[in-house]
Design a protein around this ligand. Sequence first.
Ligand code: IPM
Ligand code: MG
Length: 368
Amino acid sequence: MTAPSLLILAGDGIGPEVMAQVRRVISWYGDRRGLNFDVSEDLVGGAAYDAHGVPLTDETMAKAQEVDAVLLGAVGGPNYDDLDFSLKPERGLLRLRKEMDLFANLRPAQCFDALADFSSLKRDVVAGLDIMIVRELTSGIYFGEPRGIITEGNERIGINTQRYTESEIARVARSAFELARRRSNKVCSMEKANVMESGVLWRKVVNEIHAAEYSDVELSHMYADAGAMQLCRWPKQFDVIVTDNLFGDLLSDAAAMLTGSLGMLPSASLGAPMANGRPKAMYEPVHGSAPDIAGQGKANPIACILSFAMALRYSFDEGEEATRLESAVEAVLAQGARTADLLGPEGGTPISTSEMGDAVLAALDASV
Ligand code: IPM
Ligand code: MG
């Protein structure tokens, strides 16, 4: 059997630093578990722009379509603020999502017990939290036409369009219902059906799919603003949240803070099954490129490491090995290992990005 292929696109800012720790974890799986991957690397975002004048080359795009999974670090940075919109680092990431048709973005927000005091919310609100946000990733206002900045008379007008087809809503709803069945069997769908037609259709289609195929799953609906409030008030009421691209972007950053730090949240972006049965997939931490701390060895590699755990589970059917990695992270946090983002109000001495990597590898060693 040939080793499954992984394309690493470390990107910008802290992307390369956190991805370096993931590379060590990947090597560990080869050395210690006989799980080998055929790893290649390429450029995305500002790094690709610096080398090639575009945030993603056609060659890299083609490679991403061929591999079993893509691991992405982060894109963006202040050097690129003045670039034309089509050349911005973020366009590289959005092109990958769109052309690979990665419509279901899974963002699990789990609060590890050792971090329950680090959240900005009270311990009892977040301890034991385990929710999954399923964000639609390839449509909605991120991609809708018309878009642009036009001039009418002597006024400039900025335009974006929220647009959802019923099949786009149906497929992400199915992903959410399928996931719920393997969890606590509850889905809450969020939109703004009170003000947006796209929200009215969203709610209708989710209800139809539910009635026809998933009536065993408990379904509720919330307006996204109320949902944001409930996420902060009592997040444990949720199991799976399904929502559109823009609301999902906002709600998942909010959910990240429930877990103690944005540096903890992994994600999986999944599309339709490929010929080999594996879904098209890209795995990336939810945090961005954090230019303010880039290159200083301060970044927390856990979100990126946990994204690789998601790859083990969702692309490679290695659920037990994914759990091994997640447990290793949990053990390391329980031992008190803290990068700077994980220090509570009482402070303490942070460890570096690579020291966090050392700790995770040691915990993996201890697990076999
Ligand atoms: C995310 C990010 C991206 C998004 C940016 C970097 C384009 O915020 O993955 O949440 O808005 O989707
Ligand atoms: Mg975001």
